[in-house]
Ligand binder design. Structure first.
Ligand code: ADP
Length: 163
């Protein structure tokens, strides 16, 4: 699309939660195209591979035609340039997110003056939701089905099943 306003929503998405999907739906209303970028460079061992996360996101966003799901690695500012994005979208859940996000947004602007970061707040009921929390609850055998897409809930239970 020529002159399309593209946003990049980067993250680990290990796994994607309803909070992420809430942010994606909000971003879709603001931009012509939203690229959900699954970051490669994770220090901790992830539960799902990048390919699995891409597939989960693609399924969860199947009804949103302006969403593209892609992997990226390296510097976020490089990815922004590579995708031709005009903005980075990040979710802001609570004050606790602010410090880190603020630092990252300003550093990215230092590295690339054109890099604008837009923060979107999810519905209040998702403001306590994080992938870390979901992994923890799933590991302890709790019901995570209200917080993630159905296919993700099934895959998590399967992945964490003790042989
Ligand atoms: P990262 O490891 O880069 O923080 P995450 O996958 O944890 O990646 O999150 C990606 C983005 O989604 C971040 O901007 C994060 O703040 C946002 N996010 C995560 N969970 C929620 C939620 N429940 N509501 C709104 N935004 C969220």
């Amino acid at each position: 699309m020529n002159g399309a306003r593209i946003a990049l929503f980067p993250g680990s998405f290990d796994p994607v939660t309803n909070g992420h999907l809430d942010v994606i739906q909000r971003a879709v209303r603001l931009f012509d195209e939203v690229i959900v970028g699954v970051g490669h460079n994770q220090t901790k061992a992830p539960i799902f591979t990048v390919e699995e996360r891409l597939a989960q996101l693609r399924e969860a966003c199947a009804r949103l035609p302006s969403v593209r799901v892609a992997a990226f690695s390296g510097l976020l500012t490089e990815a922004v340039r590579g995708f031709g994005a005009v903005a980075v979208v990040r979710g802001l859940r609570a004050v606790s997110d602010f410090e880190y996000e603020f630092q990252m947004a300003l550093m990215n602007r230092e590295l690339e003056p054109q890099c604008e970061t837009i923060f979107l707040m999810p519905r209040a009921e998702y403001s306590f939701l994080s992938s870390t929390m979901i992994r923890e609850i799933a590991r302890l055998g709790g019901d995570i089905s209200p917080f993630v897409p159905e296919a993700v809930a099934r895959a998590l239970v399967e992945r964490l099943r003790v042989p």
